[in-house]
Design a protein around this ligand. Sequence first.
Ligand code: ADP
Ligand code: ADP
Length: 225
Amino acid sequence: ETPLLIGRGLHKSFGSTPALRGADVAVAAGEVLAVMGPSGAGKSTLLHCLAGLIRPDAGDVVFEGRLVNRMPDRERSRLRRSVFGYVFQFGQLVPELRVLENIALPLLLAGKGRRTAFEAAGQWLPRLGLVDVGDRLAGEVSGGQGQRAAIARALIAKPRVVFADEPTGSLDTVAGDEVMELLVTAAKTEGAGVVVVTHESRVAAYADRQITVRDGRIVQPARAA
Ligand code: ADP
Ligand code: ADP
């Protein structure tokens, strides 16, 4: 079976600092991949290259047979909006918007009507334990609530690949577990590929497979238990 997303021979430097030095990685549909490794190893840079947020200096990123790194900017940003979902350490909700509006945002940006978008967003609230805070401003809810809303926002448009950079980094273990369970569910029920950067083995244990990045390369592609 052809992987959903492939990074091949990825190199990326920032000035004279090499961040990636020939990284190879592949993610299958329905697979949760954990990317581990020490601080500064190149994990975030790898994620940003795979996600089409930055271009590698050399190497290819292939999504469904298409070279993401060779796409014109407009096509690449269309891909980012339509088939990729993102979660960062701090949810990056729009604090001035209500929780429900934040979750609905990708559908509104995709041109769906307000009624459709808010109905779809509303269906996420009970699954996330957010029924009571849907109408609150995102800037006023707890970190765990905000991060669950950020996960819903990343998943609402049914992305083919979800990229999560330390998605549990700002959370306690209970909230972190809830976030990982949502990502695993997206992989198992929607067939999304999920790439999670983490330095916590508790978080990585949710993955189907773990890889370790060190000095810009993949070392020790160990199987998860
Ligand atoms: P990790 O996510 O594993 O902590 P990063 O991918 O963030 O590692 O960083 C890898 C290396 O690249 C580090 O030396 C880091 O300082 C450097 N780096 C990452 N992003 C930038 C940037 N935007 N500008 C300059 N250097 C960067
Ligand atoms: P980390 O702290 O996880 O290593 P950084 O904040 O250093 O990540 O970001 C590394 C690179 O990724 C920088 O060039 C930064 O501009 C870019 N970046 C970080 N967050 C985003 C984002 N949400 N969207 C686009 N680019 C981002």
